[in-house]
Design a binder for this molecule. Sequence first.
Ligand code: ARG
Length: 475
Amino acid sequence: MSNLYVTFGKKIDTYTFILENNLFGVRPPLVDNNKNIIVEFSSPNIAKPFHIGHLRSTIIGNCIANLNSFLKNEVTKINYLGDWGTQFGYVYIGMKMKNIDNIEMHTDPIKTLYTSYVDANKLAESNPNIHEHAKEIFRQLEFEDDEVYKNWEKIKQFTVLELEKTYKRLSVKFDQYEWESMYTAKKVNKIINKMEEMQLLKLDNKNRKAIAVSEEKNVPIMKSDGTSLYISRDITAAIDRFERHKFDTMYYIVENGQTDHFNNLIQILHKLNLTWADRLKHVKFGRVHGMSTRKGTAVFLEDILNKAKEIMKQRQLEAKTTKIPLDKLDESSDILGVSGVIIQDLKQNRMNNYKFDWDLMLNMKGDSGIKLQYTHCRLCSLEELSDATLVTECDSALLKEPEVDQLILLISQFDEVVLKSYEELEPSINMAWHKLTIKNEPKDLGNQRLLLFHTAKIILAQSMKLLGLTPLEKM
Ligand code: ARG
């Protein structure tokens, strides 16, 4: 329960709150946490475009990680990159076809890997041998064949460097990059052996080793040629992570479409008698429409962020009220564009599908990230222009207007909203913030009003940071 309970008749708690927050920075609601939490999120596949589902995972995952840290849990953020499976045989063939060297990989790894994948797939349409060849290359990778495997290591390094540039724009920082390729057939085999010992495995009609998770359902976990599957790598990864981190909870922020996969994963861990299996939680989310493109032309995350930035830059150039010097415009329009993208996503309930809408997303009016930034900037400039003094005593007798009560109510909901988001893993943005009106001119505001607005400002800024935004002071 929130330690802040405010009614109009009971303002005093809020005033204490206002003061404490001014003196000590925004303090988190008091909860007895100290849990060891893993948040696995983003997790794109390195030869395929970072699609909008990965963007949702990145935004939601980052916010869940922020909330957990704010509430004093120990948080490890993991990005689990998909770099394994027959598809990577295709990538390899595509690279060989075009003699792609490390320099090219170095300058534009993500797009280079993707074009290689697309090229090899095109070739496979007319040449059926390619698929077999791709499988063979993947088999070599699985068994850690020297040359192929070493090359792969380089490709991975370049990719991380490139991804980090984009994550930086989103203020996302991972503690660990982990790879499906950490869980090669060798490592998976240890667990398969254990399953054999426990007599959990049968051969299915494709000669794959499968485990029965229920009467009707067999889940294949090893292919007939001895290569691993997505699920077998996840089983091995979960066990490995538990050994390393002894986590209390591990969240997987992954789209709704993988619900079966995660249910299977948890059930299989139960079959292995691992008592911590229920500490795994699949945090799912709906789809985004309106971003699909013609075949072969993928939407890259970087391109989305660039477009949002360009639109915001143009608007800032055209607006007469812009307070940013020209040479700083690039930076602020990037932050604004990113804010638009993040809030468009977080204002939805996780499970909702939504339509990607550039206009709504970057609109100054309405429930947008731009509006939140604008509100924060107004509060900053109000404070800057005001000649009142920021006092440390709160005198409730002076704050009488109904607008004041509304604002206090909003401020007082901070704890409750944070705790609710934490419990339900729903950011649930309170858009009432954008109704915050500052009617009086600074000269009419007394010290008490300044104190109130100052508190509103720091609470708003803290909330924006939790959502993954960088609060701007001017725009
Ligand atoms: N790379 C996967 C994909 O793009 C998502 C990985 C999710 N995490 C996991 N542990 N399976 O579909």
